[in-house]
Design a protein around this ligand. Structure first.
Ligand SMILES: O=P(O)(O)OC[C@H]1O[C@H](OP(=O)(O)OP(=O)(O)O)[C@H](O)[C@@H]1O
Ligand SMILES: O=c1cc[nH]c(=O)[nH]1
Ligand SMILES: [Mg+2]
Length: 214
């Protein structure tokens, strides 16, 4: 498991701004900071991928070029993950993409919730490297449900799961239910509250990025 905040860097400022209520009213800044954490995590993941060398030609002669040698699929969970996805696309600009519409439904009386899923579009995942992302890893149920649904498109060779803020409960859930996945996190917070929100977290990432939904 990789945790970005374990090494002090400028990315800590992005995380700080994301949490700060005095800055959260600026939706553009909120989305851009999610995107920036995506860019940094994409770079960290890129260090683990496979590259091939090819001779290319500069105006002054041949040079050794280095190219990504792994087919990538970036998979994202609507809505909150759209800016995170964009950050990954800035680095992995030739990747294929999958989108899944999923959201946490209303709380039942026993205070559980169902993850509703109503849209899925994906290329084949067979033997590819799947990077599944969602900025908030709270209970982990959304990511697990989406991952299980994506497997109908084939068995990936490698799976990376990325999140901006995770809870310890969410991390444990993914490690238990999706042990083949490697986790890439901005940071891990204290706990989940009674509504399954991450504390201190940042609030509702989808609403902060795009406004409230009915
Ligand atoms: O780990 P979990 O407990 O499943 O919670 C995390 C999910 O909750 C948020 O989405 P939400 O349901 O708020 O939808 P939204 O993106 O439309 O706001 C978030 O983006 C994750 O998808
Ligand atoms: O803390 C949380 C949990 C789920 N979804 C969010 O946007 N925030
Ligand atoms: Mg939301």
């Amino acid at each position: 498991m990789f945790i970005l905040s374990h090494t002090p860097s400028i990315a800590d400022r992005f995380l700080t701004e994301l949490r700060d209520t005095s800055l959260q009213t600026d939706r553009m800044r909120f989305r851009r900071n999610i995107e920036r954490v995506g860019e940094v995590l994409a770079y960290e993941i890129s260090k683990t991928l496979t590259y091939r060398h090819e001779t290319i030609h500069t105006p002054l002669g041949p040079a050794r070029g280095t190219l990504l040698d792994q087919p990538l699929v970036l998979a994202t969970i609507l809505r909150a993950s759209l800016p995170f996805h964009q950050g990954f696309l800035h680095l992995f600009d030739q990747a294929e993409n999958a989108f899944v519409g999923a959201y946490r439904g209303p709380h039942a009386q026993d205070d559980t919730f169902q993850v509703e899923m109503d849209y899925i579009a994906s290329p084949s995942l067979q033997d590819k490297t799947l990077i599944l992302m969602d900025p908030m890893l709270a209970t982990g149920r959304s990511l697990e449900k989406v991952y299980q649904a994506l497997l109908q498109f084939g068995t990936p060779a490698q799976v990376h799961v990325a999140a901006v803020i995770a809870s310890p409960e969410g991390v444990a859930h993914i490690q238990d239910r999706m042990p083949e996945c490697r986790l890439w996190l901005g940071t891990v917070d204290s706990h989940l509250n009674e509504h399954f929100y991450i504390v201190p977290g940042l609030g509702d990432a989808g609403d902060l990025a795009f406004g409230p939904k009915e």
